[in-house]
Write a new protein. Structure first.
Length: 84
């Protein structure tokens, strides 16, 4: 519901429903401390590690600055679409 995304409540609900039908939730088992400027971003890395992800798709500057982390490529959405 962050204003920067410009989505209505009904759009957010539709996206969440799509995620529930399409994606699998993971519970990270390891804590990491990688992104000093924004430690909350470490939760994304923990989830990616927990599910053996090949990619993290994000617009987050701190994640993107890593480029690759533990063989996980971190890409902007457009870069991911070009790659796949």
């Amino acid at each position: 519901m962050r204003p920067k995304f410009g989505l209505s409540p009904s759009q957010v609900k539709a996206i969440i429903e799509t995620f529930d039908d399409t994606f699998e939730s993971v519970v990270p088992q390891k804590k990491v401390c990688v992104i000093k400027k924004d430690p909350t971003d470490d939760r994304i890395l923990e989830a990616a590690l927990a599910c053996n992800a090949q990619y993290i798709v994000s617009g987050d500057k701190h994640l993107l600055d890593l480029g690759t982390w533990r063989r996980i490529e971190i890409l902007r959405p457009a870069e991911f679409l070009e790659k796949t």
